[in-house]
Design a protein around this ligand. Structure first.
Ligand code: ADP
Ligand code: MG
Length: 319
C-alpha cells in the first residue's frame, strides 16, 4: 500500500517557484513582497456535509481550491500559494489521481502553488488554506460599505441551488438542464480577476457561498448599514431563468454555492465597475443600494415591497 510519504511525493509535490521553500521540510517559507498584505483564508470540505461521499474526485479537487480562491477574490487578493490538510479513509490511487488533477488544473490557472499540508487517515475531509497578496490599503473589506453605494453581483445566481434541488430529488429537470446546473454546483468559477479589477473601485465585497441575502447580511452587519434589494434585477442563472418567478427569486436570493461576488461601490463608479467586469470577462449587475436603516428591504421592479421567506444556509440552523 502507498505510504503517506510516497502519496505526498507522487500526488502533491510540484515545483513551487513562487515561494522560497515548498513541500518537504517542516515548514514552507515565503517572502512577502514589499507594500503587500498577505491575505489568508481557510475553508474545509467535509464528506456528508459539503459533498456526498461518492462525489467525483476531480470535481472535488477543483471545488476544494475554488471555494478558497473565491475568498481571495472577495478580498481583491491575487492568489500565490496554498496548503492542503487531507484526511483519507484509504490511499485509493484512482481517487488521488483524479482529485490531484482537478486541484492542480485550477491551481495552475491561478498561479497558486501547493506549498505544504498534512495527510492523515480518517473520514474524507479536505481543508485548504490559500495565501494571496493585495496592496496595503486596497483589500475589499466587509466593513467598508457606505450609505448610497450601489450593490452589485457578478455572474448569475441560483443555478447551483437548482443543481442541488435536482440531486436531492426536490424537483426533476431534463437531462441537459440537470447536467449544466450540476456543473455550477460542483465546478464553481472563483472570480479572482474581477476581485483584483475592483481594487480601488469597489468598497465592500464578499463571496456568495451561502446565498446572496445572508452573505450581503455580513457586509451590512460589519458596515452597520441596511439595504434595498431589487429581486427582479437579480441575474438568475440560465437554467434557473426557465423556472417559475417564485423559484427564481428564492434561489437567486438564497441559493447557496454560487461563488459569485457581491460588492458595493459608489454610484459615480458605475462605468468603472462595468469596465472591471468587461476586463475580467464576467457580467456585473446592479441589484440594489446601501441604506442607513438596518435590515434588507426587498422590492420588485416597480419598487413595491416583496415578502419572501428567504433564508440563507446556516450549518447549525437548518430549516
Ligand atoms: P510533519 O510530520 O512535520 O507534520 P509531514 O510528514 O506531515 O510533516 O509532511 C511532510 C511534508 O509534506 C511537509 O512539507 C508537508 O507540508 C507536506 N505535505 C503533507 N501532506 C501534504 C499534502 N496533502 N499536500 C501538500 N503537501 C503536503
Ligand atoms: Mg504532519
Amino acid at each position: 500500500m502507498l505510504s503517506e510519504f510516497d502519496l505526498i511525493a507522487k500526488y502533491f509535490t510540484r515545483p513551487t517557484p513562487n515561494v522560497t521553500l515548498g513541500v518537504g521540510d517542516d515548514c514552507a517559507l515565503m517572502t512577502p513582497a514589499p507594500g503587500m498584505h498577505i491575505a489568508i483564508s481557510c475553508d474545509m470540505l467535509v464528506s456528508g456535509t459539503h459533498f456526498f461521499a461518492d462525489a467525483d474526485p476531480r470535481m472535488l479537487g477543483h471545488k476544494s481550491l475554488a471555494v478558497n480562491l473565491s475568498d481571495l477574490a472577495a478580498m481583491g487578493a491575487k492568489p500565490f500559494a496554498c496548503t492542503m490538510a487531507l484526511a483519507l479513509p484509504a490511499p485509493d490511487e484512482t481517487w488521488l489521481k483524479a482529485f490531484s488533477e482537478g486541484f492542480f488544473a485550477l491551481a495552475d490557472q491561478h498561479g497558486c502553488e501547493l506549498i505544504g499540508g498534512d495527510t492523515t487517515r480518517g473520514s474524507l475531509n479536505i481543508c485548504v488554506t490559500v495565501f494571496g497578496e493585495v496592496p496595503i490599503g486596497q483589500a475589499l473589506r466587509r466593513d467598508a460599505a457606505q450609505v448610497g453605494d450601489d450593490i452589485w453581483v457578478s455572474g448569475t445566481l441560483g443555478d447551483a441551488r437548482l443543481g442541488l434541488a435536482a440531486y436531492l430529488k426536490e424537483m426533476s429537470l431534463d437531462e441537459a438542464t440537470h447536467l449544466n446546473a450540476a456543473n455550477r454546483l460542483h465546478l464553481p468559477t472563483p472570480r479572482v480577476a474581477l476581485g483584483m479589477a475592483l481594487r480601488g473601485i469597489a468598497r465592500a465585497a464578499i463571496d456568495i457561498s451561502d446565498g446572496l441575502i445572508g452573505d450581503l447580511g455580513h457586509i451590512l452587519k460589519r458596515s452597520a448599514k441596511g439595504a434595498r434589494l431589487d429581486v427582479d434585477a437579480l441575474p438568475a442563472g440560465a437554467m434557473l431563468a426557465a423556472q417559475s418567478q417564485d423559484l427564481r427569486r428564492r434561489f437567486a436570493l438564497a441559493g447557496g454555492d454560487d461563488y459569485e461576488l457581491c460588492f458595493t461601490a459608489p454610484p459615480e463608479k458605475r462605468s468603472e465597475v462595468e469596465n472591471a467586469g468587461k476586463r475580467s470577462n464576467v457580467p456585473v449587475t446592479r441589484v440594489g443600494a446601501i441604506e442607513a436603516v438596518a435590515g434588507v428591504r426587498l422590492v420588485d421592479a416597480h419598487g413595491e415591497p416583496v415578502g419572501i421567506d428567504a433564508i440563507s444556509f446556516d450549518h447549525f440552523n437548518k430549516k
